[in-house]
Design a protein around this ligand. Structure first.
Ligand code: R5P
Length: 316
């Protein structure tokens, strides 16, 4: 590809960035080092003057360090006279804190997005942002592509018959509807979930809408964090007669005991993407299959460079 753009990666997911670079036949630079006191240092080894700079950095755990790396790389690119800086954030940390749900809380996702814009990004690219309204938190273009573009081809190969797609909460219904159409599933179900807003990471499944009896279920969600949402939904579906349950999830956070809980759960398989770099135990888990979004992101970058639509025929 052209010499006109440069790819940088922070420390959150260099393998994904390098895979994207390989597909685009361009070098990927890793400009981050850390001072002994923990301060992050950025030194970009390539001239950026009048070039487009793509900075690939999912803001996953440790989220605050990864955000800081991203901001500093954007600042370095701006001061190095890049003509356009594109923050490629396959997983956007803080995206669940996207509204003022109760009194006296911040809208953290808005603050982070504004900081990225303020640092000098000219464009943001995400995969399955938690809620698409967040694109309005900034005054720069924000492209969001779906994890399903990478997951559906893998799911199709499984020849899932008798299939019902289920969302583990009402917020995921649009996503589940998309999967239902793309997979030609027999129908759609919704598990009704309540979350205790005073306690983080605790939720309960309370009801189900849709015909799940004797059906093979595909649960779809944007992320698995503790695993509580998916496991509760799976148990509820099983109690209501579901025959088998697998899950397709874009972002595998696998926090705390999530992997162990999933391994001991009735969910037969979880397919996640590599928006987040995984620990060895996740990679080696028999229940988890990882599908790469590298091809998807490489295609989006390449279309962005030639000014083509990124919404048309993106399933690869
Ligand atoms: C919630 O709205 C999200 O879409 C996920 O369902 C949730 O964040 C998953 O978290 P956990 O795995 O901890 O239940």
């Amino acid at each position: 590809m052209s010499e006109d753009f440069i790819i940088l990666t922070g420390t959150s997911n260099p393998p994904l960035a390098h895979q994207i670079g390989k597909l685009l036949q361009t070098e990927v630079y890793e400009p981050i080092t850390v001072f002994l006191d923990g301060e992050i240092r950025v030194k970009i080894p390539h001239n950026m003057r009048r070039r487009h700079v793509y900075i690939i950095q999912p803001t996953s755990f440790p989220v605050n360090d990864h955000i800081m790396e991203l901001l500093l790389m954007i600042d370095a690119a701006k001061r190095g006279s890049a003509s356009e800086i594109i923050a490629v954030i396959p997983y956007f940390g803080y995206s669940r804190q996207d509204r003022k749900e109760i009194a006296r809380v911040p809208i953290s996702a808005s603050l982070i997005a504004s900081a990225i814009e303020h640092a000098g990004a000219n464009r943001i690219l995400t995969v399955d942002i938690h809620s698409e309204q967040q694109e309005g938190f900034v005054n720069i273009p924000w492209d969001n592509v779906y994890g399903s573009y990478s997951l559906v081809p893998v799911l199709k190969k499984k020849n899932l018959l008798n299939l019902i797609v289920a969302s583990p909460d009402k917020g995921g219904m649009k996503r589940a509807t998309g999967y239902t159409k793309l997979l030609g599933a027999k129908g759609l179900a919704l598990v009704y979930k309540e979350r205790d807003i005073d306690i983080s990471n605790v939720s309960e499944a309370l009801g189900v809408m849709g015909d799940v009896k004797d059906r093979d279920i595909l649960l779809v969600d944007d992320m698995i964090d503790t695993g509580g949402t998916l496991i509760n939904a799976a148990e509820y579906l099983k109690k209501n007669g579901a025959k088998s349950i697998i899950a397709a999830v874009t972002h595998g956070l696998f926090s705390g005991q999530a992997l162990e809980s999933i391994s001991n759960s009735i969910i037969e398989e979880i397919i996640v993407t590599d928006t987040i770099m995984q620990k060895n135990e996740v990679v080696q888990s028999e229940k988890v299959r990882i599908v790469s979004v590298a091809k998807l992101l490489a295609e989006v970058i390449s279309r962005t460079e030639i000014g083509e639509s990124i919404s048309r025929d993106l399933i690869l």
